[in-house]
Structures are given as C-alpha cells and as structure tokens.
Design a binder for this molecule. Sequence first.
Ligand SMILES: NC(=O)c1ccc[n+]([C@@H]2O[C@H](COP(=O)([O-])OP(=O)(O)OC[C@H]3O[C@@H](n4cnc5c(N)ncnc54)[C@H](O)[C@@H]3O)[C@@H](O)[C@H]2O)c1
Length: 273
Amino acid sequence: MNNHPVSVKNKVILLTGAFGLIGKQISKAFLQQGAKVVLADVNTAAIPAIQKEFEHYGKENFIAIELDITNEESAANAVTTTVTAFGKLDVLINNAAIDAKFDKSGMSKVNQSRFENYPIDLLRKSVDVNLTGTVIMTQAACKQMLQQGFGNIINVASTYSIVSPNQNLYDFGEGIKNFKPIDYIASKSFIPNFTRYIATFYSKNNIRCNAIVPHGILNDHDESFLHNFSKMSPLGRMCNREELDAPFLFLASDGSSYMTGSVLMVDGGWTAW
Ligand SMILES: NC(=O)c1ccc[n+]([C@@H]2O[C@H](COP(=O)([O-])OP(=O)(O)OC[C@H]3O[C@@H](n4cnc5c(N)ncnc54)[C@H](O)[C@@H]3O)[C@@H](O)[C@H]2O)c1
C-alpha cells in the first residue's frame, strides 16, 4: 500500500504572490486537485477580479486575502486567517517576488541602468521583498507548523538563483542594452541556501522545505525574445505555465516525503550546460 501518494486533497496551502502569473496558475491546479487554497497578495485591487475568476472552484475551497510579506503583522495575520478558515496550515509556498519582466507589457518598466549605475534603492527594495519578506513569511508559518507538529514549505527560486543571466538573451540586435538587473539576482540567490537552512533547522520537527526553480514562463513575449530564448534553451522553448503544475503538486504532496533541502529544477535544461 502506498502511504505517500502524490495527492494534495484537503491539504491547506497558503500561497504568497498568488495573484501573479505563476500564483494564479498553480492555485488553479491545487484547487482542481482538491486542496484548500489561501491566495495571498499585496495587490489588493485585484481581489474582486480574483474572487470572480475563482468562483467556480467553490467559495468553501479558497479565500483571497491581502498580504504584504515585508510586514510581520501582515504575515502573522495571513497564517491566522488560514488556520481560522481551514483549521491548519499544511503548505506555505513562498512565491511572491519583485521580478523585472521581459514580456511585452513588462519590458518598458524594467530599469535598464547598467550594473555600475544601477540604483541602490531598487536593490534594497528587491532585497526587502524577495529576501527579507521570504524570511518574515517563513517565520510566521513555522510558528504555526511547530505548534501543529507538521509542515511543508516550498520556496520559489529562479535559474538566476543558480547561474548568472546570459545577458545575450536580452540582446535584441542592439548589443547589451537590455539586461536582467542585479537586484533580482542578488535577492533570489539567497533562496536555495535559505531552503537548506530551514530544511536542516526543522528536520526534527516534521517540517520539510524544498525549492523549485521555474524558468522562462511563456507569456506575451515578442519574437526576438522567443528567438533568443529558443537558441539558448536545451529544450528549445519557453515553459508553458501548466508545466509547473505537477512539480508543485508533487512537492506539496506526501509523495515527496523523503525530500527536504532539495532544489527541483524545472528549467528546460537551462542550467545543464
Ligand atoms: N515568470 C517567470 O518566468 C519566472 C521564472 C523563474 C522564477 N520565477 C519566480 O516565480 C515567482 C512568481 O513569479 P511571477 O512570474 O508569477 O511574478 P508576478 O510578478 O506575475 O507575480 C508576483 C506577485 O507577487 C506579488 N507581490 C509583490 N510583492 C509582494 C509583497 N510584498 N507581499 C505579497 N505579495 C507581493 C505581486 O503583487 C504579484 O502578484 C517569483 O518568485 C519569481 O521570482 C518566475
């Protein structure tokens, strides 16, 4: 008999950054598989639209709440709200982050100052959210997980937590004019080692912690970006968002019960050469 099924049925998932590209996708996957989901995000303006979009999953199966992971009180409230609504917290997914996007709508917003001139304020802001905010949220969840005697944490990393960006990806025929800035790399590099820190710190407390490394989720990228990406990716293409579902479901399920402190690459082989 398999006591460790790849199932998330009735698991209670608290997901940060839930209103973004990956957050919405995996929330739907969890709900389709019978989990209870707390969609938490700082973007409160989006709550009515989220409620409408998720309505058909049943109001008893999800809630959409305000959360600012940089604020300790807000993080503690998100955990309390989760436990009040669903009785426990099985899985925290640290997904919220500031990330300069290179799809059509995001590119114009990316600060393209070269490294030597990159505004330190933007670095501080990303560190505040992507690094400090992840710690704050994890502290709040661990208090609850220690009290209930079990827990599972999934940190969302990036290939840029592992390797440097190849800035040629952002060269659209004008030399290195566009590039991935340092704030993202600095703040996300912390995630794999933080994952190992939490995994080993709580290894005797029935709390697991793993990281997942998505890469290049297809959105509304233009042809030159797609062309560059496909040349550099071993699989020769970007990731369809639904290709993240199974890896997240697996890490959240008891099927991954012997995994802790690991970094699961879902990057089409990007870091393999
Ligand atoms: N999209 C990709 O190609 C890709 C690739 C690798 C890794 N990632 C990682 O995946 C995660 C999600 O990325 P995404 O593409 O969905 O980004 P996104 O920008 O679409 O969503 C991020 C969400 O986080 C929220 N957020 C920002 N600051 C917050 C705060 N202080 N408190 C709570 N919520 C906050 C935003 O409001 C937003 O809804 C990030 O950790 C990112 O680094 C994304």
